[in-house]
Write a protein that binds this ligand. Sequence first.
Ligand SMILES: [Fe+2]
Ligand SMILES: [Fe+2]
Length: 224
Amino acid sequence: MHESADNRLSKKGFLAWIAESEAFAPEEKPRLAELVRALERELSEARRRHVCSVALTGDVLAQRFGVDRTRVLLASLGHDLAKERTDLSVEEWREFAPAQIDAGVLAVPALHHAALGVVVMVNDYGVEDPLVLSAIRYHSTGCAGLSPVGRVLFVADYIEPLRRYAGRAQVEAACAGSLETGCLEVLRSKLVYLLARNRRIHRASWEFWNELVSLGAENHAQEE
Ligand SMILES: [Fe+2]
Ligand SMILES: [Fe+2]
């Protein structure tokens, strides 16, 4: 990774980056800084660095594809915030967020933190922006109709440089083309992984797949 990007993975460097950048909405900067400090309290160091790396990757993608950088940053900082919250359970919060916590989420523990991330962002940080909240809710599965903010987070969470996975070159090449081809390759990689291990696949992922294919993302991916 680039040296300056490395510096920004520290809490201090990340806070300085937000404070100095004119790209982020000034009225959101206090909340952004609060979230950066929360990462250190709520997450292991490895996961905190992953979240910062997702945010930096998401910001590059947001600039590349003309997506709102403040929303992408908010969604990135919140996406795994509930991942180590052992005091929260989806059963307990099901009534609060029935649209977020469906049967498909309940059945897959790995998806619980995405729904609970919405609960934490609303209750603890006063985030109400539906684009930010839906990006967090669907950051693992994707879904049909996912907004550009959600698509950037879906891709950034997977391609951030600290994550190890097979087929990185192919996925990164697709992400250079368009947000749709990037999503298609990330989703293909996730589905292949889950299928090979006989794991459950959330309905939203198949709906996202069908949407991307009918948008022609597959054709574009094959042309490159
Ligand atoms: Fe996650
Ligand atoms: Fe993540």
